[in-house]
Design a protein around this ligand. Structure first.
Ligand SMILES: [Zn+2]
Length: 186
C-alpha cells in the first residue's frame, strides 16, 4: 500500500482524500496500517509521499530520524496497542541532520543548544561513511543511519523485538529521494 501510494505520488496521480469524512469516522478509534519514523524535514511528510489519508500512518518524527527513547516508546504504543504490522525507518536525501554529523564529526559537542545530544546519535552512521563530508559520504551516511535505526529499535525495545520474533511485525528501512520523489527500500 505504501509503495503503490508512492508510485501515485511520483506519477502525479494522487488520490483525492476526503479529509472531512474520515475526520468524523475516526473520532473514536484509529487503526493505522504502518508506523513511520521520519525526519522532521518539512519536505518529507509521509502522508504526502505515500499518498495516504487521515488515520493511515502512525508517524514519529525527529530530525535525522533516529529512534530516540521517546520515539521508541511511541512505537511501542503503536505496536503493542494499535497492532501496526509494519515499522518503516525513513531517511531522505540531503538530510541536514546527517549532514551536520559529518561536517562536525570531530567537534559535535561544539554545536549550539541541545544539538550535540541529537547529532551524536547520528555520529555512528557518519563514522561508517568515513567521517568526512562529501556528496557520496552523505548518501552513504543516510543509508547507514537508516540501518542503524532499524537495528537500534529492536535492541532497545523488548516489546518490539518480541513482535518481530513472533511474526506480528516487520521492520523495513528506506530512503526518500527528494529529486525523483521515490522511496527506495534498502
Ligand atoms: Zn533530515
Amino acid at each position: 500500500m505504501l509503495m503503490a501510494g508512492n508510485k501515485r505520488y511520483v506519477d502525479g496521480n494522487t488520490i483525492s482524500h476526503d479529509h472531512m469524512a474520515t475526520r468524523g469516522q475516526l473520532i473514536g478509534f484509529q487503526k493505522p496500517f504502518a508506523t513511520i519514523i521520519r525526519c522532521s524535514d518539512s519536505r518529507t511528510s509521509p502522508e504526502i509521499i505515500f499518498d495516504q489519508g487521515h488515520g493511515d500512518l502512525f508517524v514519529c518524527a525527529v530530525a535525522g530520524n533516529v529512534p530516540t527513547t521517546e520515539l521508541v516508546a511511541s512505537m511501542e504504543y503503536s505496536v503493542a496497542v494499535l497492532k501496526t504490522p509494519l515499522i518503516v525507518v525513513m531517511g531522505h536525501s540531503n538530510c541536514g541532520a546527517v549532514s551536520e554529523a559529518l561536517k562536525n564529526f570531530n567537534d559535535i559537542d561544539s554545536l549550539p543548544g541541545s544539538l550535540p545530544s541529537l547529532i551524536s546519535q547520528i555520529r555512528p552512521a557518519a563514522s561508517q561513511a568515513g567521517g568526512e563530508f562529501g556528496e557520496e559520504a552523505l548518501s552513504e551516511a543516510i543509508r547507514c543511519n537508516v540501518r542503524n535505526g532499524m537495528e537500534r529499535i529492536r535492541t532497545t525495545s523488548s516489546i518490539i523485538d518480541a513482535a518481530v520474533e513472533s511474526g506480528d511485525l516487520r521492520i523495513i528501512g528506506g530512503v526518500y529521494d527528494m529529486q525523483s520523489g521515490r522511496f527506495e527500500v534498502l
